[in-house]
Write a protein that binds this ligand. Structure first.
Ligand SMILES: O=c1ccn([C@@H]2O[C@H](COP(=O)(O)O)[C@@H](O)[C@H]2O)c(=O)[nH]1
Length: 224
């Protein structure tokens, strides 16, 4: 079975992204390309990265009116990423139209609550629910909208999986040890995320900023 780890290649530098992907290829199951990479390299960069031979997760976190999101997904043309993100807060019509616009082989997953946020952040944007309640509410919305799954933290994935048995659960905010969390606030270890029901884990800086990225990826793989 291939590794559940998708390495987040958060860099604008195509050559650096290629170099890290090539180094860690044996220890990860896919690569995740986000806004930083896409803004710098566009569709052609994604196409180049796909040539490495690992599944591509395109993490664009689309959030706009339904027509705009659907047209943006259609504009990806032949890229056909394995996974594509939209924001669940875009609402039911946007989620339905995103799924309808995506290629059949692309899993559309809805971001519920960014792992860089906590309860205080929710309150500061006018939401009185706690993170667990917010994630569960958006999980129900995503399931009812017909998308393939959600992005949530490892703290909520067990409860989300319980109400959506065949959903696809993406867990970022993963740290191998109790070390530096950076901007992530809802954090678990790779083992905890998998034991709680994650389908895949997204891990960036613990691998890409390591002195030896392939050794870091191998060490994480050994814990799974
Ligand atoms: O809620 C979310 C959704 C997406 N992400 C993305 O995952 C990686 C995490 O990188 P680390 O370096 O392991 O923190 C990054 O690309 C985010 O855009 C997330 O962290 N949380």
């Amino acid at each position: 079975m291939s590794s559940p780890v998708f390495v987040a290649l958060d860099t604008p530098d195509l050559d650096r992204a290629k170099a890290i992907a090539s180094r860690v290829k044996a220890h990860v199951g896919g690569i995740k390309l986000g806004l930083e990479f896409f803004m710098a390299n566009g569709r052609h960069g994604v196409h180049d990265m796909a040539a490495i031979g690992l599944p591509v997760f395109l993490d664009l976190k689309l959030h706009d009116i339904p027509n705009t999101v659907a047209k943006a997904i259609q504009a990806l043309g032949s890229l056909e990423p394995a996974i594509l993100t939209v924001h669940a807060a875009g609402g039911r019509a946007m989620l339905e139209d995103a799924k309808a616009a995506a290629p059949a082989g692309t899993k559309v997953v809805a971001v519920t609550m960014l792992t860089s946020l906590d309860g205080e952040d929710l309150h500061s944007i006018g939401l009185s629910r706690d993170p667990h309640e917010q994630v569960m509410r958006l999980t129900e919305l995503a399931r009812a909208s017909g998308v393939d799954g959600i992005v949530c933290s490892g703290a909520e994935v067990k409860a989300a999986r319980a109400v959506w048995k065949d959903g696809f659960f993406v867990v970022p905010g993963v740290r191998p040890t109790d070390g530096h969390h950076g901007d992530q606030k809802r954090v678990v270890t790779p083992r905890q995320a998998l034991d709680s029901g994650a389908s895949i884990l997204v891990i960036g800086r613990p691998i890409t900023q390591a002195a030896n990225p392939d050794e870091a990826a191998r060490a994480i793989e050994a814990t799974l």
